[in-house]
Design a protein around this ligand. Structure first.
Ligand code: COA
Length: 320
C-alpha cells in the first residue's frame, strides 16, 4: 500500500498586493521584481490567520476527495507561521472541520514542509498505522516579513493548500528528504528572545532574515540534484514524467532547473507570478490549480521538489 492524493484544495486571502503597491512604501521597482523573480503580485492576509487559511483549504480538499471529515485519522500542518506557539495549527484545523477522529500536529520544515508532510504520511500509510490523512501547507509569512527590507519582503505571499491522502495500490512511488543544519543562518526568523523579568528586558520578536544569494545558489544546485536522484533511484526515465511541480520561489530558479535537467518549461508549471513564494503552501496551491484546469490527469507521473530554510529539501515521485 502507498499514499495516494485523492483530494486537493487551496485557499488564498482575497487581498492582492501588486509590485506597484509595494513601490508606494518601498524603494523598489515593478520591472526589477518581475525580471529578477517573476512575481507580479501576491496575496496578503488582512483578517485570516494561518489556521483559518489552512481550515478553508482543508474543507475544499475534503470536499474534492468526497470523504467525511470523521474519516480522517491524521492531520499534519506544515507551517513556519502558526498563529500561536501552541496549540498547533493542525488541532485548530481539526476543530474547525470536525475531523473528530484524527490525531493532529504541526511540522516545521519551511518551504519543504509539504514534501516533508507527504514523506511522514507515506511512512504511516505504508506501515498500516493510518489509512486516511490530511496534509496542509499554510502560511501567513506576511506577519514575519521585514517590510523595510526590499531584498526579502517582495518575495513572499500568504496562502494554504491541502491534500487528502489515502492508502491505495498506486500513488506515491518514492519520497526523499534532507536537511543541513549548518546552514541555518542563511534564512531564519528569530522567535521570542530569552528576555523576561528574571533575565531583564522585554521579550522581543524577530523578523525574517535572508541571504538571498546563498539561498539562490543552494536552490539551483539542490533542486536538479534531488530530482535526478529520485528518478535514478526509481529507474524512472525523465521523459515518463508529465509534470515537474517545483517549489515556487523564483522563476529564475525554475528556469535554471529546466536547463540543468533538460526538461522543457512546458513541463514545469508556474504560478509564482500571482502568489509569490507561499512557502509550505506553494506546491499544493499549484497542484490544485493544475487539477482544476485539467492539466493533471489520472495516471500522470509527477515529480515534486522543494527547498527552504534549515536548510531543508525534499522530493516526491508519484502517479496521480
Ligand atoms: N527592488 C529593487 N532593487 C533591489 C531589490 C528590490 N526589491 N532587492 C535588491 N535590489 C538591488 C540590490 O540592492 C542590488 O543593488 P546594488 O547592485 O546597487 O547593490 C541589486 O538589486 C542586486 O541585488 P542582488 O541581491 O544581487 O539581486 P539578485 O539577483 O541576487 O536577486 C533575490 C535577489 C533575493 C531575488 C535572489 O537572490 C533570490 O531569489 N534568492 C533566493 C531567495 C529565496 O528563494 N528565498 C526563499 C527560499 S524558500
Amino acid at each position: 500500500m502507498t499514499a495516494k492524493i485523492i483530494g486537493i484544495g487551496a485557499y488564498a486571502p482575497e487581498h492582492i498586493v501588486t509590485n506597484r503597491d509595494l513601490m508606494e512604501f518601498l524603494d523598489t521597482d515593478d520591472a526589477w521584481i518581475r525580471e529578477r523573480t517573476g512575481i507580479c503580485e501576491r496575496r496578503i492576509s488582512t483578517q485570516e490567520g494561518t489556521s483559518a487559511l489552512a481550515a478553508e483549504a482543508a474543507r475544499r480538499a475534503v470536499k474534492d476527495a468526497g470523504i467525511r471529515p470523521e474519516e480522517i485519522e491524521i492531520i499534519i500542518v506544515a507551517t513556519s507561521s502558526a498563529d500561536r506557539s501552541f496549540p498547533s495549527a493542525a488541532t485548530d484545523v481539526q476543530g474547525a472541520i470536525g475531523a473528530d477522529n484524527a490525531v493532529a500536529f504541526d511540522i516545521t520544515a519551511a518551504c519543504s514542509g509539504f514534501i516533508y508532510g507527504l514523506h511522514i504520511m507515506q511512512g504511516f500509510i505504508q506501515s498500516g498505522i493510518y489509512k486516511t490523512g490530511l496534509i496542509i501547507g499554510a502560511e501567513t509569512l506576511s506577519k514575519v516579513l521585514d517590510w523595510t527590507d526590499r531584498s526579502s519582503c517582495i518575495l513572499f505571499g500568504d496562502g494554504a493548500g491541502a491534500a487528502v491522502v489515502q492508502a491505495a495500490e498506486t500513488g506515491v512511488i518514492k519520497t526523499l528528504v534532507g536537511s543541513d543544519g549548518r546552514k541555518g543562518d542563511v534564512l531564519y526568523c528569530q522567535a521570542r528572545s530569552l528576555k523576561n523579568c528574571i533575565t531583564g528586558g522585554k521579550p522581543e520578536l524577530g523578523f525574517m532574515q535572508m541571504d538571498g544569494q546563498e539561498v539562490f545558489k543552494f536552490a539551483v544546485k539542490k533542486v536538479p540534484e534531488i530530482v535526478t536522484q529520485i528518478l535514478e533511484e526509481t529507474n524512472t526515465p525523465g521523459e515518463e514524467v508529465q509534470h515537474y511541480v517545483l517549489h515556487q520561489a523564483n522563476t529564475r530558479i525554475l528556469e535554471s532547473a529546466s536547463r540543468r535537467l533538460k526538461v522543457p518549461m512546458e513541463k514545469i508549471p508556474v504560478n509564482i507570478d500571482r502568489y509569490g513564494n507561499t512557502s509550505a503552501a506553494s506546491i499544493p496551491i499549484l497542484l490544485e490549480e493544475m487539477k482544476r484546469d485539467g492539466r493533471l490527469k489520472p495516471g500522470d507521473k509527477l515529480v515534486m521538489a522543494g527547498f527552504g530554510a534549515g536548510l531543508t529539501w525534499g522530493a516526491a515521485l508519484l502517479t496521480w
